[in-house]
Every structure is written in C-alpha cells, then in structure tokens.
Design a protein around this ligand. Structure first.
Ligand code: SF4
Length: 405
C-alpha cells in the first residue's frame, strides 16, 4: 500500500506522466509542476522561472473564478509582462469554455481527481486539475516552454472516465507564453491504453532507463546506468583516457554524493566529451553546409533569427505602431556588457572605470538589476594527478572536502 500525505502530491500523480511516457525510470527530484514552468537554465531549485510560474498559476485560477482579492494579491507579485500572459491565458480559456458549449459559471479551478483501485477505497493516484468545466472538459495552463503534455492530460481524464462521469474528455493545454493551445479528444479506449500503460511501466519491478529530455530534472541522472554507460563508451574511444578514469568502478555510483566520482565525471566531460561533442557538431554542420549531410541526417533550413541593432529606433517604430511605452520597456533588454563596452570605447576609460560609472548611472534611474551570485568550477593545475592519486587510495582514506579547505 502506498502511504502518502493527503495534502501532498501523490507519487504516481499525473504531473510526472509526461516524463514517464519517455522514461519510466525517471525519478523527479522536484515537483513536476515546477518542471513544467522551468526553462532548464537555472541551477537553483525552485528556479526563478518555476517560482514565477507558480505565481502566474495562482493569478490564473483566481481570475477565472473572479476571486478579486486573490487575483489582486497574486497580480501584485507579477510583472506587467507576466500578468499579460495570465490575462491571455484567462481570455483564451474562456473562449475554449464557450466553444465547447459552456459558460463561465461552469468553471471550476484546482480540482482534485482521484483514480481508485478495485476496492473503490484505496487511491491508485490523485492529481490536481488547473481547470475543468461541464464534467467533460479540462485545461492545464503552462507558463513555460511548449512541451508535450498529452500524458498528463490523460492522467486527469482517466479518473473522470473510470468514475463514469463521462465517456470521453476534451482536454486543452494552454501555452500562455507562446499564445497558443493544443486540443486533445481523449476517449475511454485511449485513456485506458495510455494511462494504464504508463502506470504498468512505472510500477514494474524494473523500469528500463531511456535517456530523454527529462534527464536534466531526474534525481537518478548522476547515477543512471543509461547515462553513465553512454559516457563510458564514448570516453573509451579515446586512447588517452586512462584506465583509472572510470565511473563504473566508483564506490557508490552516485556523482551527486561522491566528490571523487564527481571530479572524475566533470574531468571526463570537460577534457574529452565536451570537446568531442563540439568537434562533432562543427564537423557535421560544416559538411552539411558544403552540401554533404552526414548519413542518417537531412538538412532542415531554419529562418535566421532577427536581431534589433538600434534599440532607440526600434522603440520609436513600435510606438508609431501604437504599442504603449511600458510594454516596450518590458520587452527590450540591453546587455550590461554591451553598454559597458560602449562607455569604455566612446569615453576611452579603462574597463573597470566604465563598468563602475555605468552601474552608478543606471542605479540612479532604476535601470539595473543585480542577479544572485553564482559559482564556476575551475580545474586545478595537476587535476589529473590529484584524481589518479585519490583513485588509488582505499575508500576510507579519501580526504573530506572540508579537510581539503
Ligand atoms: S537519468 Fe536515467 S532514469 Fe532519469 S530520465 Fe534519464 S534515462 Fe531515465
């Protein structure tokens, strides 16, 4: 029997289903609702993007049910741009409600759905829907990137269908950032095939790990045999990779909790794999540009990205189109490095003087924001010798990190 806290997410809840549809061995190391809002660029958890998404969800739900105090409280925390996304999501959801033959009064938000086992008492799993209406329509708002959330919607639809509330579900994913939505008609046969398929694979005694787009959020990534085996195989192609530089013989196979294994993994990546990957990328793209794509690959042309080269002229042009100035202030960002370079070059100042003067000037007008400090890891001189020596030590003699410092 699975034990869980009724107010927490269920371990088999639908928010992890998009990942399990790709790799049934995936273990979330965070709330998968946060992953949906995360752009994967941050090294903190919850990432800033995920936190913003949580606030946007709160505003979205409150606005849909016209809960003014809650909507006002959530809106205060959001930037104008974020609030615009929320308002678009609300407007679009209301359109979907109308298009499916219902009205705003039919909307319910943040509703829990539960799939019960054969005894009708013990839940197999439960999850919380963003929005539902009319007993057969559901919607999930996403404020992050566009990903495939079909499996998650199936996870919400299956309990409704199995409870006999409806024979099929019209399900929508509303992608607020990209101003689009995706619609799925989930019938009972599809819900059962996909839903029980994911549950069966996930609860099997052994789930075969399959590298996928969720590896970056997986708690097992640091010790996953699928990932480490790939790394080992690629590294072994290089004759200069020494015998002792192996991840397989490590003491506990967990990069995240073993400083020696972490050092080896990072060294392998930086010294061999990253360079190898960059080399392959360069060589294959060059071949393709010359007209000979690598075997198994086809060339897909993509339009070049557009770059704004004159910020003030661009702002003027948009104002002439009728775009309000506040919206433009939100949209246009200028790099601090670029501005500092302009100060340095045009006034002939040393770099540090230019940067300091710029910080003072921008601070005065409230045009600079200081991001939290981050870290970088620099390889020490003699890293190879240090790793080799540590690898030769019996396990109990490994220096602890605090002793080293
Ligand atoms: S790290 Fe391994 S277990 Fe986790 S998602 Fe990737 S392949 Fe699956």
């Amino acid at each position: 029997m699975i034990r869980y806290q009724p107010d927490k997410h269920h371990p088999l809840g639908p928010s992890s289903w998009p990942a399990w549809a790709q790799c049934a061995a995936y273990e979330p190391d965070r709330d998968d609702d946060d992953v949906a809002e995360d752009d994967g660029s941050a090294d903190t958890y919850p990432s800033e993007a995920a936190l913003r998404g949580i606030l946007q969800h709160a505003a979205y739900a409150a606005l849909l049910v016209q809960d003014k105090p809650a909507a006002d409280a959530a809106a205060q925390e959001l930037t104008e741009h974020e609030l615009e996304e929320v308002h678009w999501a609300v407007r679009h959801t209301l359109t979907l409600v109308e298009e499916t033959g219902f009205s705003r009064d039919d909307i319910r938000v943040e509703r829990r759905v539960t799939l019960f086992g054969e005894d009708g008492i013990e839940p197999v799993y439960f999850g919380t829907l963003d929005v539902c209406w009319g007993g057969r329509c559901i919607a999930d708002a996403k404020f992050g990137e566009v990903r495939d959330y079909f499996a998650q919607l199936v996870g919400y639809a299956l309990p409704l269908i199995e409870a006999g509330k409806t024979e099929s579900v019209d399900a929508f994913v509303v992608y607020a950032r990209h101003r689009r939505s995706r619609r799925y008609h989930i019938d009972a046969e599809t819900a059962r095939r996909v839903g029980y398929g994911i549950l069966r694979k996930r609860t099997a005694a052994y789930s075969h790990p399959t590298p996928c787009e969720y590896c970056g959020w997986c708690r097992l990534a640091a010790s996953c045999p699928a990932i480490n085996a790939t790394v080992e195989a690629v590294a072994r192609l290089r004759p200069e990779v020494p015998e002792w530089l192996t991840l397989a013989s490590a003491r506990n196979h967990d990069i995240a909790s073993d400083p020696l294994l972490a050092g080896k993994a990072r060294y392998l990546w930086k010294a061999f794999l990253e360079k190898w990957g960059a080399g392959v990328e360069f060589a294959t793209r060059t071949m393709a540009l010359k007209g000979t794509p690598p075997v198994g690959f086809s060339v897909v042309k993509r339009a070049g990205t557009k770059k704004v080269v004159n910020a003030s002229a661009a702002i003027q042009a948009c104002e002439q189109l009728g775009v309000p100035r506040e919206a433009l202030d939100e949209a246009i960002s200028v790099s601090f490095g670029g501005l500092a370079m302009a100060v340095q070059r045009s006034l002939g100042w040393p770099k540090s003087d230019a940067e300091n003067a710029l910080v003072v000037a921008l601070r005065k007008v409230g045009a600079v924001q200081f991001q939290p400090e981050t870290i970088m890891l620099r390889a020490k001189k003699g890293i190879k010798e240090e790793l080799a020596a540590a690898s030769a030590l019996p396990v109990q003699q490994l220096p602890r990190q605090d002793e080293e410092a």
